[in-house]
Write a protein that binds this ligand. Structure first.
Ligand SMILES: C=C1C[C@]23C[C@@]1(O)CC[C@H]2[C@@]12CC[C@H](O)[C@@](C)(C(=O)O1)[C@H]2[C@@H]3C(=O)O
Ligand SMILES: O=C(O)CCC(=O)C(=O)O
Ligand SMILES: [Fe+2]
Length: 345
């Protein structure tokens, strides 16, 4: 059932209640698929409960994150600076975006994980590699389940048409662990108001949408994440360490021909407690073409986007700033004959 979570329920000026949907994965399948579609259309964001991922799989990765981020900067830099994979601090991407955070960015390819583990967790690389791989396998399965429900809810004939993309061995999915140390309020020693949001919080991670298909996010019990509604209202997301949040990425917006919306989101820092979040960004292989599924394209509903490969989209993303609308350059003009731009599924 989709229910607005009470903690995130807020009211707009016209007193209309808006709340983030919560989807209980133990519910009956046909109902579930409708709810997934509704949440992806309305918010591009929802919470899942009863996901079946064992607590230990989550807590082991959280412990590794805590251990890593508690090291001194010299030790952390030995993990390899982010290019884009490795350890990063304050800098996000290659074009000057800054945030009050540090992070580890890992490709999900098993060989890449085991190589990186040697520098990230020098004294226990095999254990670290197993913990990361177990977490990735678990969240990948959750992402596949959600994509299959979405395909069913959209009446796409092949219900694995979305999930098979991220199951591919060459999938370009990535895992990110973000750590936001607490940032003190404006004071005599800290007088740069441009860094602050409402004089209280700094920007941990600036406004953006995720370029991939789907993001599975989990955080500790420190808030800060906010999502933007389609009406431009920022909604705070209540942290829940036992559950996961799902975000529609730009690629899924294209695959559904704009029926699902990629959610814009940002993170504000906390003034007293550190936030740690883990994101699995489910992506296709680099050479995979992204264009609307054929079911989503009709004469009355022609394709809105030019086809592109995931490699081309990534290249476009990395050429832009974090907050830029990357999909704009792939939009088709209304008068272009675009009914035949779709996948044969
Ligand atoms: C500024 C940037 C960082 C980013 C690549 C980009 O050029 C634009 C998209 C950013 C983003 C957002 C979601 C993920 O955190 C991320 C890993 C991704 O795939 O796209 C980051 C990129 C990054 O930090 O390298
Ligand atoms: O840290 C978070 O909660 C969200 C971070 C995020 O949006 C990202 O890494 O793309
Ligand atoms: Fe994001």
């Amino acid at each position: 059932m989709v229910v607005p979570s009470p903690t995130s329920m807020i009211r707009t000026k016209k007193t209309k209640a808006v709340g983030i949907p919560t989807i209980d994965l133990s519910m009956e399948r046909s109902e579930l698929s409708e709810l997934v579609v509704k949440a992806c259309e309305e918010y591009g964001f929802f919470k899942v409960v009863n996901h079946g991922i064992p607590k230990e799989v989550i807590s082991r990765l959280e412990n590794e994150g805590t251990e890593f981020f508690s090291k001194n900067s010299t030790e952390k830099l030995q993990a390899g600076t982010s290019t884009p994979f490795g350890y990063g601090c304050k800098n996000i991407g290659p074009n000057g975006d800054k945030g009050d955070l540090e992070y580890l960015l890992l490709h999900t390819n098993p060989n890449s994980i085991s190589e990186r583990s040697k520098t990230i967790a020098k004294d226990h690389p095999i254990k670290f590699s197993c913990i990361v791989t177990d977490y990735i396998e678990a969240v990948k399965e959750l992402a596949c389940e959600i994509l299959e429900l979405a395909a069913e809810g959209l009446w796409v004939p092949d219900k694995s048409s979305l999930s098979k993309v991220i199951k591919d061995v060459h999938s370009d999915s990535v895992l990110r662990i973000n750590h936001y140390p607490p940032v003190k309020k404006l004071s005599k020693d800290n007088l740069d108001p441009s860094k602050f949001q409402n004089n209280n919080n700094t920007i941990g991670f600036g406004e953006h949408s995720d370029p991939q298909i789907l993001t599975i996010l989990r955080s500790n019990n420190v808030g800060g994440l906010q999502i933007s509604t389609q009406h431009g209202l920022w909604i705070p997301v209540h942290p829940d360490p036992n559950e996961f949040y799902v975000m529609v990425g730009d690629s899924l917006q294209v695959l559904t021909n704009g029926r699902f919306v990629s959610v814009r989101h940002r993170v504000l820092t906390n003034t007293t407690k550190p936030r740690m979040s883990m994101m699995y960004f489910a992506a296709p292989p680099l050479n995979w073409w992204i264009s609307p599924l054929s079911k989503m394209v009709t004469a009355h509903n022609p394709s809105l986007y030019k086809p592109f490969t995931w490699a081309q989209y990534k290249q476009a993303a990395y050429a832009l700033r974090l907050g830029d609308s990357r999909l704009d350059q792939f939009k088709l003009q209304k008068q272009e004959d675009n009914t035949h731009y779709h996948h044969d599924t």
